[in-house]
Design a binder for this molecule. Sequence first.
Ligand SMILES: NC(=O)c1ccc[n+]([C@@H]2O[C@H](COP(=O)([O-])OP(=O)(O)OC[C@H]3O[C@@H](n4cnc5c(N)ncnc54)[C@H](O)[C@@H]3O)[C@@H](O)[C@H]2O)c1
Length: 249
Amino acid sequence: MTTDRIAIVTGSGSGIGRGIASHLIELGYKVAIQDLNPERVAETISLIDPQSKQTIGVVGDVSIPTDVAHCVNEVIAQWGRIDLLVNNAGYCQIKPIMDISHEEITRMFNVHVMGTFLFIQNCVPFMKQQKFGRIVNIVSALGAGASEFTSHYQAAKAAQHSIGKSAAISFAKYGITSNSVSPSTVESNLFYENDQNFLKHMGHGAKEELARRASLKSTEAVTTMDIARAVAFLAESTSNQINGQVLGI
Ligand SMILES: NC(=O)c1ccc[n+]([C@@H]2O[C@H](COP(=O)([O-])OP(=O)(O)OC[C@H]3O[C@@H](n4cnc5c(N)ncnc54)[C@H](O)[C@@H]3O)[C@@H](O)[C@H]2O)c1
């Protein structure tokens, strides 16, 4: 069992991030529950650590420099180190290329790309001092391909993966690894928040889209816990020779 490890999981107010935070708590980590949505932060803490012994909640937007600095400073003030950064915050938007606005493209890149850059830039100085750090980016199977309705999401996830690989090369000499976990389809708000967009552009809702995808797989659906276990594996000190890799789940 891992103990006395400190983690930041961005976007851990729901879905995959909440699953990762919950698993890390079970392993003995202390975890900063970072999310844009204050209700989700409070709900996650009440579910996974009701007495707030191993968590702090930090509300903020991963794409805003002062919010990111605030989160990292809070963690250092509270626990004094950062062993694991999980760049998980994100969202998807179902829209054809011709319908996506300038603002929507900018937002997509700000959250997935800028957010990843900012958290790495703020955490690495502490990881360097410790001569130890683990960065895990939650990318996407879609980031390795192309589709009609998620071009800006896919481009942003591909860029996020690229940042992770550059971080791997840049920081290996300090005992810091950077890897990515790439989920295929995990049932979460990310789908339900696009219910109307699925209906408009694909002729069926989020539930039907999840069922359609499930029917394409020969195995059981991927769960948040499958992703969480992969993150925990990459975060182990004994995973030091795994760097710049992507683990598809
Ligand atoms: N669900 C899937 O099938 C799937 C597949 C591949 C990759 N992913 C990736 O997994 C990650 C988590 O997605 P999920 O499926 O758990 O979705 P989710 O909507 O359940 O959770 C994402 C969380 O991120 C938060 N968030 C969004 N923008 C933020 C910002 N600017 N700053 C801070 N927090 C923000 C949201 O409030 C939300 O709580 C995302 O990066 C997503 O791209 C999901």
